[in-house]
Ligand binder design. Sequence first.
Ligand code: ADP
Ligand code: MG
Length: 457
Amino acid sequence: MDDQLMPQWERVCALLRTEIGEAAYQSWLKPMTVQNTAEGRVRISVPTRFMRDWIVAHYIERLCTLWQKEDSSIHGVDIIVHSDEALSSQSPVSDSQRIRRGTLPDDRSAQASDYPDLSAPLDPRYTFDQFVVGKPNEFAYAAARRVAEGATVHFNPLFLYGGVGLGKTHLMHAIAWHIRNSEPRRTVIYLSAEKFMYRFIRALREQNTVDFKEQFRSVDVLMIDDVQFIGGKDSTQEEFFHTFNSLVDQGRQIVISADKSPSDLEGMEERLKSRLNCGLVADIHATTYELRLGILQSKAETLGAAVPGKVMEFLAHKITANVRELEGALNRVVAHAQLIGHEITMETSQEVLHDLLRANDRRVTIEEIQKSVASHFNIRVSDMHSARRARSVARPRQIAMYLAKQLTSRSLPEIGRKFGGRDHTTVMHAVRKVEELRERDNTFAEDVELLRRMLEG
Ligand code: ADP
Ligand code: MG
């Protein structure tokens, strides 16, 4: 066996561990055993078929890339299932067993002590106090508060869903914090679906699914985050379903999150879907400008940073994907200013966020804006470029120019050129006109907001 293999593997593992985080590392990578390399391929074994599929689906490319950096002759990684029987039988010690026993710590004993507590750690920043409420999340927030404050169960489960980075995990942690502080005797368990699955699979492997079920029996509130990951894994779904039913029957509260509504969850059994649909389903919508601005103001205050209002407005306009990205942008701007010892200005912010702003721009092009606006107002896209001045085409054209200014980082002359070679003063006039109309006319404002949301998708 190649002497280099173990040190290489350890370095690859260490890198991946920092990339994917401790929890995922413990669940998926630690149980892996490197076997050998042959013909440019590394062979790694895992205890179950399920783990193999998961690793192949999620980590194989990254493993391969990292390994290539260690050894450029490697061009592939194979994951094989090394059954438990083979490991426990006392047949002559094979290479793989030596590796497993000699260099890597035994995964099972290590893992048992790694998780003295069933619940995953809670982020101290994710409390209700720190959650900014706006139109897109007020329903989900109210439902979460109700669950946290109510001693009796009103709806079961509470199903929170919404796109990535919109505050699902934050709300779940907030529920857990609230209950821990106000009613410490109630047991609250918060787990990612990934971890729930991993624990269940481990229990299967160790043949103690009874213990596994027992652990959940005394739980008052069970929260499982990102259940879309359970989709398609039959045995886990089955177990989840049973755990779920028995807790509901005992009047315990369940809170679930996912990136889709119960009906849209892929690979989910019908009876599980309908069970999930039975409680209260609360979705968190994409952020609005107002909410983004509110969040920025709150976070800037927490950071104790003097961020000019103009800069916050700019960020709220430009960083629209989700709250996580918005928060990241603000942190970068603040950190940069502190490091350099300068005040935060528009110029420095634009500079620091150069790459992020460009990436956001790529999401919406002027052509897309023209197309959406034209179809919204039932005019031809060619009217965006034409010289026609009838109000029925001129107004939509102005709205499109306004949106181009707001949603892309194109300059006024560039925008003018895309609208049939118009002058930048025409674009400026359009922007002012739309702003003015937005303030005066509510229906108009809603129309523009609707278009913006559609484009930001
Ligand atoms: P999700 O679980 O939906 O992917 P998270 O709950 O992890 O999203 O939220 C991403 C980040 O954005 C977190 O740092 C969270 O604190 C923050 N965040 C999301 N929504 C809000 C909000 N309404 N107010 C304050 N912070 C928020
Ligand atoms: Mg989350």
